[in-house]
Design a protein around this ligand. Structure first.
Ligand code: CP
Length: 315
């Protein structure tokens, strides 16, 4: 594997999920594979789970890990070709990325969208610049449009907790106080349609995701109807894609409570974290046996380890 930026970078979701589950049984089985190999992680935005789970995964494989918080403990990066750098940016990606490529065998980058321009964000300009100039295998730690390491961990978690062969999986929009990227929802959708599940997305009108990621899903604007018979409910806020980056709905009735769960098949509830309690998701769900959020976070390690293992085997 040379890059992991989307479900399209893997041949078979089931095989990768099985590999992650196998690693979970014996996390140190490949502890020599990464000896004298270095993983470089660049965070242009905050992270708890992605940072620590990817570091732990690399350590389980015997790798060295170097982490940089761009613009905090390294220089502010410029991404525009031909920029006259006489304002806030200090180092151009054309100069910085080859340095990373020189020091590291695999590069991971987190680069959120600005949510100001749909064109800029969907071009994945920053991610592509890192891939182009580091010339090294690349793992997305969440890009402007997708979060594949989260989605792989979510797929692993659903396989572990499914009680039926073809579960009904519902992705439901949740309220939030600020504009949130689409990456987790897009990514969950593109991975769900690649799995053996019945997949429904529910959200208020105006919150349709980018259709390139949702083809094959059923869209249902009535949340209660969508939840009927659900085995898994994935809760996530995202801002409008059509009215790009805008907040259109503040209806707190979209926040999942135990009352919403009555229509489901005793569904397990998922969220990528961090979660704003009692805004996106109620305490009564998060602190109940319905919740799988800690299982998802735990599986982030084995998802990252499966991806790194495949990259190391291909170096
Ligand atoms: N779910 C997730 O990506 O968490 P972090 O933002 O803390 O990495």
């Amino acid at each position: 594997m040379k890059q992991f930026t989307s479900v399209k970078d893997i041949d078979n979701v089931g095989d990768l999920v099985r590999e992650a589950l196998q690693i979970k049984q014996n996390p140190y089985a490949y502890e020599s594979l990464g000896k004298r190999r270095t993983l470089g992680l660049v965070f242009m935005n905050p992270s708890l789970r992605t940072r620590l789970s990817t570091q732990k995964a690399a350590q389980n494989l015997g790798m060295n890990v170097m982490t940089v918080n761009a613009d905090k403990d390294s220089w502010a990066l410029e991404f525009q070709d031909g920029a006259v750098m006489n304002t806030t940016t200090v180092e151009h990606i054309r100069d910085a990325a080859p340095v990373l490529g020189n020091y590291c065998d695999i590069i991971g980058v987190r680069c959120f969208p600005g949510l100001l321009s749909k064109e800029v964000d969907t071009s994945e300009h920053i991610m592509h610049q890192f891939i182009k100039w580091t010339k090294k295998p690349y793992i997305s730690l969440e890009s402007a449009t997708l979060h594949p390491l989260q989605s792989l961990a979510d797929a692993v978690t659903m396989v572990e907790h499914s009680r039926v062969k073809r579960p009904k999986v519902v992705l439901t929009w949740a309220p939030h106080i600020k504009s949130i990227p689409h990456a987790v929802a897009n990514s969950f959708a593109e991975w769900a349609v690649a799995q053996e599940v019945e997949f429904v997305i529910t959200h208020p009108e105006g919150y349709e995701l980018d259709p390139q990621f949702t083809q094959g899903a059923t869209i249902e604007y009535n949340q209660q109807k969508a939840l009927e018979g659900a085995d898994f409910v994935y809760v996530k806020n995202w801002s409008s894609f059509a009215d790009y980056g805008k907040l259109l709905c503040h209806d707190q009735n979209w926040m999942l409570t135990l009352r919403h769960m009555e229509a489901t098949n005793q569904a397990r509830v998922m969220h990528c974290l961090p979660v704003r309690r009692n805004v996106e998701l109620s305490d009564e769900i998060l602190d109940s046996p319905h919740s799988l959020v800690q299982a998802q976070a735990e599986n982030r390690v084995f998802a990252a380890q499966a991806v790194l293992k495949r990259m190391l085997e291909n170096l």
